[in-house]
Design a protein around this ligand. Structure first.
Ligand code: NAD
Length: 381
């Protein structure tokens, strides 16, 4: 089989970003040893690393690198003790992450949330509530709704009064394109979680919001093109509750931007640690390829940075999503997921997922966890 080559922009960022990125790169090198692929990985500064190196959270050279790459593997950006020192628009999350989402029209955010059976102790729910396991894909619209709608302003009304305005706005085509992503992803997951048929649950607030009514109509119409996928609709307040009561009822959750921001973090908590949850932010398909930015669900975790304490699994699984969605290397993606499973099954635990009651578990640091996963991959697990 001929060798395929992919160009990756690796933007590690701040806090734990560089530590967990090193482990993801280690695992990608192990993938090269097993599959006929080569990754040209170029690292570049972003976030505070970008400000310190070139005066901007997203230096021009970093943006230029992203533009000529096939995908962006992103760490995380922002430091709470430094962020307030610069104007809001220059802070790393806005100036780098939001800018990259806009620049590449990354309109679809996918966050798979899986509770590994060996890590059930880390789930905040009692066992009876997650007994059948948790395997949910949250699909969030990322470039519309309240976060980007205009007008978006704060007016001074005098008399010490201000008025803040955000605008929730969606068009039919914006809803259609994210609905297609959710239905296709559901088809791709097949019978995950032992379900007879894949299912999309669309979240809205159709009882109160005009946006919710349109969202529901357009998703229902789009769903007619996917006869093999079941569709139901749920109000967002009920969905937030159902996630805590019976998460196993969900397969794919489809949400607009604000609801998805909240629901995806709530769902991430079910996995037991932010250090386990990856994400993919995808743009349009061009010539059979989808450009994307792949990053862990968590932030820069300054409380544990530079101490070899961070869990690298979220970053490693983000690299796996990059192989699946941007490079169409499904087998290599599955091999990484299996290697993570092997490392966990062998008892390796970073501090965030350690169960003191499990005497067979072995406490490992960031680098050791990366080593174990890379070794499992090389050994064909
Ligand atoms: P955080 O996600 O960084 O940390 C929350 C908690 O989760 C902390 O206790 C942390 O130790 C833990 N945690 C996160 N990732 C972990 C990992 N891989 N292994 C083990 N434990 C992990 O959230 P925060 O403290 O609210 O934010 C810190 C900074 O990160 C802020 O500046 C924030 O703006 C930024 N942030 C960036 C992104 C991003 O770049 N996408 C996302 C969220 C937050």
């Amino acid at each position: 089989m001929s060798l395929q080559t992919f160009n990756i922009a690796a933007l590690a960022g701040d806090g734990i970003g560089p530590e967990v990125m090193s482990e993801a790169i280690k695992v990608l090198r192990a993938v090269e040893g097993r599959f006929p692929v080569r990754f040209n990985i170029t690292e570049a500064p972003v976030g505070w690393a970008g400000i310190d190196a070139a005066g901007k959270a997203l230096p021009e050279s970093t943006l230029a690198l992203c533009k000529k790459s096939d995908a962006i593997l992103f760490g995380s950006v922002g430091l709470p003790n430094r962020d307030p020192g610069v104007p809001k628009d220059e802070r790393p999350e806005r100036a780098a992450l939001m800018r990259l989402r806009r620049e590449f029209e990354l309109f679809a955010n996918l966050r798979p949330v899986v509770l590994w059976k060996e890590l059930a102790h880390a789930c905040p729910l009692v066992k009876e509530r997650h007994g059948n396991g948790i395997d949910i894909l949250v699909v969030r619209e990322l470039t519309g709704g309240l976060y980007f709608g205009k007008p978006k302003t704060t007016e001074n009304l005098g008399n010490s009064q201000s008025r803040a305005i955000d605008t929730m706005v969606y068009t039919t085509s914006e809803i259609e394109r994210i609905a297609h992503v959710a239905f296709r992803a559901a088809e791709g997951r097949g019978k995950s979680g032992g379900r007879p048929r894949p299912k999309v649950t669309s979240i809205d607030k159709a009882n109160v919001l005009e946006n919710g009514v349109l969202w529901r109509e357009v998703v229902a119409k789009t769903g007619e093109q996917y006869p093999n996928v079941d569709l139901d609709h749920m109000l967002v307040d009920n969905a937030a509750m159902q996630l805590m009561l019976k998460p196993s009822q969900f397969d794919v959750l489809l949400c607009e931007n604000l609801f998805g921001d909240i629901i995806s973090d709530e769902a991430a908590a079910l996995a037991g640690s932010l250090g386990l949850v990856p994400s993919a932010s995808l743009g349009h398909e061009k010539g059979g390829r989808i450009f994307g930015l792949f990053e862990p669900a968590g932030g820069t975790a300054p409380d544990i940075a530079s101490k070899d304490l961070a869990n690298p699994i979220a970053q490693i699984l983000s690299a796996a999503l990059m192989l699946q969605y941007s490079f169409k290397l499904g087998d290599a993606c599955n091999a990484i997921v299996a290697a993570v499973g092997k490392a966990i099954a062998s008892g390796n635990r970073t501090g965030d997922i350690l169960d003191p009651a499990n005497l067979a578990a072995k406490k490992v640091g960031t680098q050791m966890m990366g080593d174990e996963i890379a070794a499992a991959l090389r050994n064909g697990h």
